[in-house]
Design a protein. Structure first.
Length: 450
């Protein structure tokens, strides 16, 4: 228990009584007031004016970089990708006060050659800080940036990067060991000769970020990865990419995030909320907090709304509503393991409709793929899930599992209806669980576990 108590020091402010349902959803408006959308001068910098040719073959990157540099140095505006197919032989790096805007009919097609994404840049890979290949669209410590419009961002991941997963295991193990040993980040240099896939869009430590309207296809790895950002809006974005590990949107160690009106058809989690892995994230100590998700549609090969498993920095104050899940592995999934520590706290979900899931409709799994069999369980506390309607769950309806020493705490599931599942409930090591108006397979499963 000493280890458990020590790890809960990272959960400052998440302790307390049960869920106060009266005040829960009123918090959303207060969080929205803190999310400052970036503002830009009404000036356009068309990449065509800087020499870009819309033939799908000529390298438009020099023109894009020139337009971004001029736009930022002038005080900001829109760098415009006009209608046409533009080839980009390397990463687009955004600077402060730049809106990368896609006109209708624009498509930006990225190179599939890994050498085009060197030199390495500072990023996180599956929750551990590292110098790796640059993401395809990257920003570092800048303010007021955007990616907007109605065009297409084509990562061409299936041509190269998406094939790397079978090759990544040695690098993955080494990087995780470096994170556990807290090896200086400057010594964690990968890139050339290694096989850690870069994300597609990745702002790092940026303030006031807007990603709106664009469509992402054939992603290289995670589609939208928000690392240590503040005040972020992801709105009306379509991700249609089913390569392995193609998550839709991953807020990690970020604060004040709004994700709304999006469609995610993905090869992995639609939305996965994270805050870093193990010792490396304890060192950083930066949670993800104040996340609003609403009016989204998921159709995913893995999970719908997921929190975890990299939650060592903690996740708190997540509000999700009006979600349609066409298909997923798990519908609402909260996971961690005994390597992680940290906490998942104050999670509120309402108005979810589900066609089918291949595993569980609602699942709490605090022992997901533990690697070292350490003794640092994650605190799961204060969940309110209500107004959930589902047709079929091929595995289980509600699956809640904690530990003897640290049970899942304070969970209310209200007005849940599931038409068909082979296993209605699987409940163990839970403190203060309330199932209210829960109908599964046509039977009532109302109960209270103290």
């Amino acid at each position: 228990m000493r280890k458990i108590g020590w790890l809960l020091l990272f959960c400052t402010g998440c302790a307390g009584g049960g869920v106060n349902e009266t005040d829960v959803w009123s918090q959303v408006g207060e969080i929205e007031k803190q999310i400052v959308a970036p503002q830009f001068r009404d000036v356009d910098y068309s990449i065509a004016d800087y020499g870009a040719v819309a033939d799908g073959q000529s390298d438009a990157l020099p023109a894009i970089r020139s337009a971004v540099d001029r736009c930022s140095s002038d005080g900001g505006g829109r760098v415009v990708i006009p209608a046409g197919r533009f080839f980009c032989k390397g990463p687009v790096v955004l600077k402060s006060n730049v809106n990368l805007h896609f006109e209708t009919g624009a498509e930006l097609i990225f190179s599939a050659d890994e050498e085009d994404y060197l030199p390495v840049v500072l990023t996180r890979w599956e929750g551990t800080e590292v110098y790796n290949y640059s993401p395809l669209i990257y920003a570092y410590q800048v303010k007021n940036i955007a990616i907007t419009g109605s065009g297409v961002i084509n990562g061409q991941g299936s041509l190269n990067f998406a094939r790397w997963k079978p090759l990544q295991k040695p690098d993955q193990r080494q990087l995780r060991a470096q994170g556990t040993a807290v090896v200086p980040v400057c010594e964690r240099v990968y890139g050339q000769g290694h096989f850690l896939r870069p994300a597609l869009i990745e702002p790092v430590a940026c303030d006031n970020v807007l990603i709106e309207g664009v469509k992402i296809v054939d992603a290289t790895f995670w589609s939208i990865h928000l690392i240590a950002c503040q005040n972020v809006i992801v709105r009306n974005v379509t991700v249609d990419s089913t390569n392995l590990n193609n998550d839709g949107c991953d807020p990690e160690s970020s604060r004040n995030v709004l994700i709304e009106g999006c469609f995610f058809r993905t090869g992995d989690d639609a939305i996965a909320i994270k805050s870093g892995r193990d010792n490396d994230a304890w060192r950083i100590g930066q949670p993800t907090e104040n996340v609003i998700i609403r009016n989204c549609v998921f159709d995913t090969e893995v999970n719908g709304l997921c929190i975890g498993s990299e939650v060592s920095g903690g996740v708190r104050n997540v509000f999700a509503e009006n979600i349609r899940i066409k298909h997923a592995g798990n519908g609402l999934y909260f996971k961690s393991n005994l390597d992680r520590g940290g906490y998942i706290s104050r999670v509120y979900v309402r108005n979810v409709t589900v066609d089918s899931v291949s595993s569980a409709l609602v699942r709490f799994e605090p022992d997901y793929k533990s690697e070292s069999r350490a003794d640092y369980p994650t605190l799961f506390r204060d969940f309110l899930l209500e107004d959930i309607t589902a047709k079929r769950a091929d595995g289980c309806g509600i699956d809640v599992a904690g530990f003897d020493a640290l049970p899942v705490q304070n969970v209310t599931i209200r007005r849940l209806t599931l038409d068909e599942t082979p296993v209605p409930l699987r409940i163990r090591n839970v403190s203060n669980l309330l199932l209210d108006e829960v109908m599964i397979n046509g039977e009532s499963f109302d109960r209270e576990v103290k």
